[in-house]
Design a protein around this ligand. Structure first.
Ligand SMILES: [Zn+2]
Length: 323
């Protein structure tokens, strides 16, 4: 197949990243002409769309004469990958829901466009070209300010009947019993295991809400305190780690993936978090799948761009264009 080039966009709540991604038959994907602009989410969906179109045009112009297969998009919100529509977006991006993102980009730029939700794009990038490379199935989980996930089998993302599959932050775990969740249910993983839950629990246990210089305590500060032996910081990280381990073990029993890819800022925490994660894992995983590797993501912030590009190559547009 040689090398195929795709204009990739990653539309988040604060920034739109854009680049020309080249997917090679063998070897790492390469990223050129990378740039970021403010999303201007508060200005409404039409402004975000205008910024996305401008970003795509910038890359097309920068690429010059090279052949481009299409536009691959990773976007916040619930996406219908079949149509490229944003079917729902929360209050962080007012007016983004209802945008015919794929069709608008296609019309404005004259190239086929394919759209994925950002969590799914991240997962496809990592599964195919990052931590999951060479395997056939993987569960990708990102733990940061929120928790997202996706199961990828032979390059296909499990999207579900409502394109909502993979909400691993909203599965039940024993440590969260009775804790209210942002989704309206109780007992879910996210409120106790994501970054804000760690900070909240640290403060509940008597930890200082702000540092000596007045800045609020954040995950990095708490991780440093945990490394220094601060018991409140250790307990706050351990509650998160244990809950993540318990849920990953359960998911592994259900899906039996080749490997689990864990990314996001919380997954970078030190031994207090990691040891607790391993404890939770050991308590819930079944012996036949207990040796499943849990590895780190490889692509970092580029994973959604690479996944969005991969989605265009996989969609069949490339083959059609070649015939
Ligand atoms: Zn929930």
């Amino acid at each position: 197949m040689g090398a195929k080039r795709v204009v990739a966009l990653d539309i988040g709540g604060t920034k739109i990243a854009s680049a020309l991604v080249t997917i090679h038959e063998d070897g790492e994907p390469t990223i050129e002409h990378f740039a970021k602009v403010p999303t201007e989410a508060k200005a409404g969906g039409a402004q975000v769309l205008a910024n996305a179109i401008a970003s795509a045009r910038r890359v097309i112009e920068a690429a010059g004469d090279v052949r481009i297969e299409g536009i691959g998009v990773s976007s916040a919100g619930v996406i219908d990958p079949a149509t490229g529509d944003v079917t729902y977006a929360n209050e962080i991006m007012p007016g983004w829901g209802g945008t015919h993102l794929g069709q608008e980009l296609q019309t404005a730029c004259g190239l086929p466009a394919r759209v994925l939700n950002d969590v799914h794009a991240h997962a496809l990038g990592e599964a195919r070209w990052g931590g999951g490379r060479g395997g056939s199935s993987c569960l990708v989980v990102a733990v940061g300010t929120g928790i997202g996930g996706a199961f990828v089998l032979d390059g296909h993302i499990l999207l579900g009947a409502h394109n909502e599959a993979g909400h691993i932050g909203h599965v039940s775990c024993s440590d969260a019993r009775g804790v209210p969740c942002s989704c309206g249910a109780t007992g879910h993983l996210e409120p106790i295991a994501a970054g804000p839950g760690i900070i909240e629990h640290f403060i509940e246990l008597g930890g200082d809400a702000s540092c000596a210089d007045g800045t609020p305590a954040d995950g990095a500060v708490i991780d440093q305190l945990a490394a220094q032996g601060d018991e409140r910081a250790i307990a706050a990280e351990a509650r998160s780690g244990h809950a993540i381990g318990e849920v990953l073990g359960s998911m592994c029993n259900m899906l039996d993936p080749d490997r689990i890819i864990l990314s996001g800022s919380v997954s970078q925490c030190g031994s207090a978090w990691k040891d607790a994660m391993r404890r939770g894992w050991n308590e819930s995983v079944m012996p036949p799948v207990s040796s499943t590797p849990v590895v780190s993501g490889d692509l970092g912030g580029n994973a959604p761009l690479v996944g969005a590009a991969e989605n265009v190559i996989r969609s069949g547009y490339a083959e059609l264009a070649n015939n």
